[in-house]
Design a protein around this ligand. Structure first.
Ligand SMILES: [Zn+2]
Length: 273
């Protein structure tokens, strides 16, 4: 991870997905980021020697709080982070920090939050209490709901954003373009032309479209004429599609849903054909 300056911390998004190829790498990267947030040095950050850094790195800083998967009675981590843990975090997050001016919640294995836990986190990620930062450590950002991802910036430990598959990206951009123009007839034709793809291809398309929507919401790519509300609504629809694919709903159904629901009633701008 490159050295950080105080300006980087001032610019750090309050909700950040810390993605890396391995669990250890994501935790290490988020650990350094958390130390940088509470570090007392003027920079570069984290200095590694001030008391705040030393406590953060030893895991004993009271304002760097780790949220982990709960353990079963044999001391093994359970599969999922539960909704109660996120509710607990939400209550704790409004309490002022102890020693630092800021407070960091480092969520280990954030991609193991179950759907209710992720939904419970939405409001918190959208409007975090002042001075509170959430670092969501993941190896697979695609396991986060598009609505969660769209509320977070992404911090890639491997340098640069992960490249999207060009073919999937083209499909996603076509789809978003039709939605942005409110071109209902064009969307119907597009969905009919693509409903023959297999489950795997459909899942990749949904993931890519959700990623594009998230980039537009967070300003990492131009919004293409779409408003924030419209993009958030689309993220939610893509969440539903991802959930449908997990229970093996047919791909035809999925494109049927997109054809009907991707453009809201009031978004039809009366494109003529
Ligand atoms: Zn320091």
């Amino acid at each position: 991870m490159a050295e950080l300056q105080i300006e980087d911390i001032r610019r750090l998004a309050h909700a950040t997905v810390v993605a890396a190829a391995s669990r250890e790498e994501s935790l290490r990267c988020a650990g350094r980021l958390a130390a940088a947030v509470v570090c007392r040095s003027a920079g570069p950050l984290p200095c590694g020697v001030c008391p705040a850094c030393r406590k953060a790195m030893a895991g004993i800083h009271p304002d760097v709080i780790r949220v982990k998967r709960p353990e079963d009675d044999k001391g093994r981590p359970k599969k999922e982070i539960q909704v109660d843990q996120i509710r607990q975090m939400a209550m704790d997050a409004v309490v002022l920090p102890n020693e630092s001016e800021r407070k960091v919640y480092l969520i280990e294995d954030a991609d193991s939050m179950n759907v209710s836990a992720q939904n419970a986190a939405l409001k918190l990620l959208e409007e975090p209490p002042a001075g509170v930062y959430f670092l969501l450590c993941v190896t697979n950002p695609a396991k986060l709901l598009p609505t969660v991802r769209s509320r977070c910036a992404e911090w890639s430990c491997i340098g640069g954003e992960e490249e999207q598959d060009p073919a999937q990206r083209k499909l996603a951009q076509e789809f978003l373009g039709l939605v942005a123009r409110g071109d209902r007839a064009g969307l119907f034709r597009w969905c009919a032309a693509n409903e023959g793809m297999d489950n795997r291809g459909a899942a990749a398309f949904v993931d890519c479209a959700a990623d594009c929507a998230a980039r537009r919401i967070t300003g990492r790519e131009p919004a293409g004429g779409m408003g924030r509300e419209q993009l958030l609504r689309l993220s939610e629809l893509l969440d539903r599609c991802a959930a449908m694919l997990q229970v093996n709903t047919g791909v035809k159904h999925l494109f049927g849903l997109l054809a009907v629901d991707a453009i809201a009633e009031d978004e039809n701008r009366g494109v003529q054909h």
